[in-house]
Design a protein around this ligand. Structure first.
Ligand code: UN1
Length: 511
């Protein structure tokens, strides 16, 4: 399908209104933003983006809508989310096509991303009947204590280009079920997928007139016009931001300055320890998917392979053999496994990182630009493998490109030490058939990441678990498990049904 045909299925043509309050789309008062496809560099559309005045207007609308939405029974809110999930099922292929055109994902991964949206919608529907609080034993006679979880307020969701729709869904589906309104600032590189999602929400709203428009809002724009004013808005109760550590530090500082809440999902620099007892057939497949999938542009991408010295040569040989067969090119073509990088800046960052590897005496395989057999106008590269010393400074950086750094280890102590010796702490994995090694890796002195896997790769997490990581990854948890609690406020209620007024801690205070 041509880009324009795919876009037209969502009513998106050459000129797009970049501000939406529920069903109501309108032009922002900010600059016009040209959206280019990483596949071939063609301009997909021009978006009339938002300015700070639009942010103020939308935040005010979302705050008003929240006042009503919080009173709608949670299972009814879940029904709204259920219908969004249903619409996503119907529009899965169309939305995936836009994800491919705008973010450069291969069709399989684009479909997988929409599937993640469907899965989290289902999760949130179930959750809408399970927003449980605890009952707590009181120390006082004739007293009862309990917790309630109440809707929090408007939630600002800042997302990155590499998961242009799923990350919004992780946040929005939970927030909507929890009774919050949502204001979405997508990446300026991928606003059209966001417009398509908003249209899906608007379609569902058309069938549920009782749902307030402004519980789902969209603000297309850059950091200056949208991101910063949104983070600074005192009426936005939670800012959930996904992207670079640099962006996250700025958001965290702004939000903390007004004592707001933030949920941060930032850089990853994910490692995998490959032990001599590993099933190498599984490991090679897992490593390749994690290292080159999404052209190395996932926050969960495998960037560091810590392999036992005894199997290093064999593993590198097998990886190079697989890498030489990888089909690189138009992500919409059957059989292609590696699509384009998002833009020239990503290519420059990759080349800089490879130059730094060479300076550190790293041995670089691949990494060059490919121009033959790929669409003109896109940035296509051969994924790189680099044999490197585990102390080279370059491996402490997250470079958003397919570079796999390989380093040999001797003892599990040093493998774990090197594994944890980076500033980021998102995802990690070990391949082993030794239960002691596996448990050690998952234990308190093992991997220091938010995700620690055994015999699967670092990327492609299921939505059912809490997703996020430690250190410079920002500490937030999104998606499954009890991540919903970040989108609600907890009240502790103590109820006295006795005829006396005993004080806590046994205090006597006669008046
Ligand atoms: C991201 O790259 O920002 O675990 C999210 C994964 C996906 C999500 C990645 N489920 O790879």
């Amino acid at each position: 399908m041509q880009a324009s045909d795919a876009l037209r299925t969502f009513g998106i043509d050459a000129s797009v209104e970049g501000v939406a309050v529920g069903r109501g789309f309108g032009p922002g008062t900010g600059p016009a933003l040209a959206v280019r496809s990483p596949i071939d560099g063609q301009t997909l559309a021009t978006v009339q983006s938002a300015a700070p005045t639009d942010v103020r207007r939308v935040v005010a609308a979302a705050s008003r809508a929240f006042q009503d939405w919080r009173l709608v029974p949670a299972p009814r809110r879940g029904e709204f989310v259920r219908r969004i999930g249903q619409k996503l099922r119907e529009r899965k292929a169309d939305l995936a096509a836009i994800v491919s055109w705008e973010a450069g994902k291969i069709t399989q991964e684009a479909l997988g991303e929409v599937q993640e949206m469907i899965d989290i919608a289902d999760f949130a529907v179930g959750l809408s009947r399970q927003l449980h609080g605890l009952t707590i034993a009181s120390e006082r006679p004739g007293h009862r204590m309990m917790e309630q979880w109440h809707p929090l307020g408007p939630v600002g969701v800042i997302t990155a280009f590499n998961f242009p729709v799923a990350v919004w869904a992780w946040n929005a589906m939970l927030a909507l079920a929890c009774g919050d309104s949502v204001i979405w600032k997508p990446s300026e590189k991928t606003p059209l997928t966001a417009v398509a999602c908003q249209r899906i929400v608007a379609d569902v709203m058309a069938d549920m007139p009782e749902v307030p428009d402004a519980i789902s809002c969209l603000l297309v724009g850059d950091a200056t016009n949208v991101g910063r004013p949104l983070a600074a808005s005192v009426d936005v109760s939670l800012i959930s931001a996904t992207g670079s550590t640099r962006m996250g530090k700025e958001v965290a500082t702004t939000v903390a300055g007004r004592l707001g809440r933030s949920l941060l999902e930032l850089g990853g620099n994910n490692g995998l320890i490959l032990t001599p007892s590993a099933d190498l057939n599984l490991a090679i497949r897992a490593i390749v998917f994690a290292a080159v999938g999404t052209a190395g542009q996932r926050c969960t991408t495998l960037r560091r392979l810590i392999v036992h010295r005894s199997i290093k040569e064999e593993v590198i040989g097998r990886l190079l053999a697989v890498y030489s067969r990888l089909k690189i090119g138009n992500p919409l073509d059957e059989g292609v496994l590696v699509g384009p990088l998002i833009d020239e800046a990503a290519y420059d960052a990759m080349q800089q990182a490879l130059a730094d590897c060479r300076d550190a005496r790293g041995r670089v395989y691949g990494g060059e630009r490919i121009t033959a057999g790929v669409p003109a106008g896109g940035v296509y590269v051969r994924p790189a493998i680099v044999e490197i010393n585990p102390h080279a400074p370059v491996i402490t950086r997250e470079t958003f490109a397919p570079i796999l750094h390989v380093m040999p280890y001797e003892t599990m102590d040093e493998a774990i030490e090197w594994h944890n010796a980076v500033p980021q702490g998102l995802s990690s994995a070990i391949f082993t058939s030794d239960i002691r090694e596996a448990e050690r890796f998952m234990g308190p002195a093992g991997s220091d990441c938010g995700i620690a896997n055994v015999n699967i790769g670092t990327s492609g997490a299921e939505i059912g678990g809490a997703f996020g990581g430690e250190k410079e990854t920002g500490g937030g948890r999104e998606s499954g498990s009890d991540a919903w609690k970040a989108y609600m406020r907890r009240t502790t209620n103590t109820i006295n049904y006795s005829t006396g007024l005993p004080l806590a801690q046994g205090i006597s205070f006669e008046v």
